[in-house]
Design a binder for this molecule. Structure first.
Ligand code: ATP
Ligand code: MG
Length: 228
C-alpha cells in the first residue's frame, strides 16, 4: 500500500468523534470488559453478536444514556460522564441521534407530530424529502398505532435524520424491514453521515448491512473482536 493511500484512509486521518476507553459493564453477569473503541468522522462501525451479549447496553453507554461501571466515553472531545446532565442533554438534543431497537415513538400522535417534536427540540425543520426517500410520505399523518412495525421503524429513522445529528447510534434499525426497504433506509443513513462528515455506530443482525460499514466487530466472550 502506498503512503498516499494510507493517509487518505478514513481510519488514519480525520477528527475523533467518539473515543471509548476501557469500558466494562455488568447487570446480572459481566457483559463486557476493557472495551476500547474510537470512531472518526466519516466512519461507519457495525457491531454484531448473539442476543443478550450486550450490544444495546454498549450502544446506550456510548450514546449518553448509561454510565459505564468502568471506563470513559469521549464524544466530540468531551468526557461524557463528567459533564453535567444539562450538558449531556444538549449533546443528546443537538449533536447525536439515537435510533432505538424498540422505536419509542409517541403512540398517541401521528408520525408527522413525532418528527415535528424532534425537529422543534433540535431547532431544525421537518424534511419532507426524507419522508419520500423512506417511503412513508403517505402514512405520516396517521397515528403511530395504526402503522405497521416497519413503517414505525422508518418514522423513527426519519425522526433522527430530521435532527441532522453528527453521530447516529442505530440499534437494529432494519429489524422490521424487508431487504429492499432495509437497503433504501441504510443508504439514506450512510448518505447523511457523508453529508455531515459524521459517524455511525450500528448494531445489526444483518451481516450484509454490517459488511457495508467501514469496520465490523463481534461482541463475544465479553470482548469486541474486529472481524472486518
Ligand atoms: N437495565 C437493565 N437492567 C438489568 N439487566 C439489563 C438491563 N439492560 C440489559 N440488561 C441485561 O443485559 C443483558 C444484555 O442486554 P442487551 O440488551 O444489551 O443485549 P443485546 O446484545 O442488545 O441483545 P438483543 O440482540 O436481543 O437485542 C441481558 O441479559 C439483559 O437482560
Ligand atoms: Mg439489543
Amino acid at each position: 500500500m502506498s503512503l498516499s493511500s494510507l493517509s487518505e484512509s478514513p481510519s488514519s486521518g480525520g477528527l475523533e468523534l467518539l473515543k471509548a476507553k476501557n469500558l466494562s459493564h455488568s447487570f446480572d453477569y459481566l457483559l463486557f470488559e476493557n472495551i476500547d473503541l474510537t470512531i472518526k468522522e466519516n466512519e461507519k462501525v457495525a457491531v454484531i453478536g448473539v442476543s443478550g451479549s450486550g450490544k444495546s447496553t454498549l450502544l446506550h453507554i456510548l450514546a449518553t444514556l448509561l454510565k459505564p461501571q468502568k471506563g470513559s466515553v469521549e464524544l466530540f472531545g468531551k468526557d461524557l460522564y463528567s459533564l453535567s446532565s444539562k450538558e449531556q442533554l444538549a449533546i443528546r438534543r443537538f449533536k447525536i441521534g439515537i435510533i432505538f431497537q424498540f422505536h419509542y415513538l409517541f403512540k398517541g400522535m401521528s408520525g408527522a407530530e413525532n418528527i415535528e417534536i424532534a425537529t422543534l427540540l433540535s431547532e431544525n425543520k421537518p424534511d419532507t424529502e426524507i419522508l419520500h426517500r423512506l417511503g412513508i410520505e403517505n402514512v405520516i399523518n396517521q397515528r403511530v398505532t395504526e402503522l405497521s412495525g416497519g413503517q414505525q421503524q422508518r418514522v423513527s429513522i426519519a425522526r433522527v435524520l430530521s435532527k441532522k445529528p453528527r453521530i447516529i447510534f442505530a440499534d437494529e434499525p432494519t429489524g422490521n424491514l424487508d431487504d429492499e426497504t432495509a437497503h433504501i433506509v441504510m443508504d439514506a443513513v450512510f448518505e447523511h453521515i457523508k453529508k455531515v462528515s459524521g459517524a455511525l455506530f450500528l448494531v445489526t443482525h444483518d451481516e450484509r448491512i454490517a459488511k457495508s460499514c467501514d469496520r465490523v466487530y463481534r461482541l463475544e466472550n465479553r470482548r469486541l473482536e474486529q472481524i472486518q
